[in-house]
Design a protein around this ligand. Sequence first.
Ligand SMILES: [Zn+2]
Ligand SMILES: [Zn+2]
Length: 423
Amino acid sequence: MNLNEKDHLLTVIEEKIVPEYGCQKAAAPTDKKSCCRFGYAIPGARAFFDTADATITGSVVEYVEAYVFDASQENCEKCQEKDGISVTPEQKLDENFMKSLGFYLQEDGVYRPHPNCKCVWKEVKRTVDLSDYSWEKTNSAALATYTITVPIPNFYLAANLVAELAKIVRLDVHEASNWMQNVQVQPVGKQTTISVDVPNVWLCIDLMQGWAKWWKDPIVNIGGTIGQAVSYLTTYGMEEVFCYSIDEMYSAFKTYQHQIWGFVLYAHGDKIGGIQESNRKHHTTQAKLMSAVDQQGYKLAKVYLMQCYSGRNKDLEIRYTYEELWNALLSKKEKHQKEIEHWQTKTRAEFMENRFINIRRNLMSRGEGLTYKNGSWNENEIYFLLESQWDTVWGKRTVKGKLDISYQGVNALGIDWGFWENN
Ligand SMILES: [Zn+2]
Ligand SMILES: [Zn+2]
């Protein structure tokens, strides 16, 4: 090793490795994100350079397996008798060990038997193509464990390996530091075994239990797809977690935080991002569901939103006639008795203005995914112009940038969009 080697290595890192893997200069050493010994962190990689003398080009790792003492240029007996002695890079860092072999650190930083010696250490290099080795799923629970063994001593979780793992588990490589957990790097003789836990929960959220009793309209693709989706995924050994209510759904997102890989949701959906259980007792919104997803800390691999309008991305005109609104009240007489009595003493215009204000407030508070553009009312009709961007905003939460299954679908659900329950 000469003094320029470090500079050379830094150049290689700066010019080749950093651009290729998008490494970033690491923050303070107290930063939880570990970094390589050169002060770089690969976004997504937790483990780091442990091997000083390795360079990676593409998927090929070239590393120094050993240093051999070469005394061929020297006539001195002291040196000659050491000719051919081989040490590992690790041993070469151990001054006491080197002394025990009769090598002493000289002023130029090189171990030699005595000062003014001209002998050199020759590197014995070895190359390993990482693409010849693959991750294996070695345990499957809420977190799945993936393990790989590479024939390189003291290796580390290199960016290539992270990228390969991301490809296998179909999560975003740039978020690997968020979804990789319990990274273990185990040197075993001349090999290194690395294991990583990754999210492995597939949530099956079926809010349509008993839907037929309550709902006359055909539900998009009910029955078939949830079964298909689940059995398709089962072949990948996902941990399936079933939820049958909105409460169960949200508690599952908490219980399995950082362990959720994807989910399928069957529910009633409406154009403005409402999500309802089949008995329509409980109600939530796409925006709330998205924030539950955001708590995972990474984009999900697969999201099937099977409710109507789940992926609707367009301008949305909503109109309500006086009759619709009034009948909506009457249809829930017991619940709205007082309200009905109140409005029976008022004018039609007063009723419509009140509905307009309530509905507009509701629409404007829907959060991400729905933009209120315009609205008007008269005593016959209420009109709103909105823009929904469900596919777009969900896309930010999925690795592929879009929902795996979603519906622009129009299913004339009429007036029962859960406004009243929400007000
Ligand atoms: Zn000598
Ligand atoms: Zn010598």
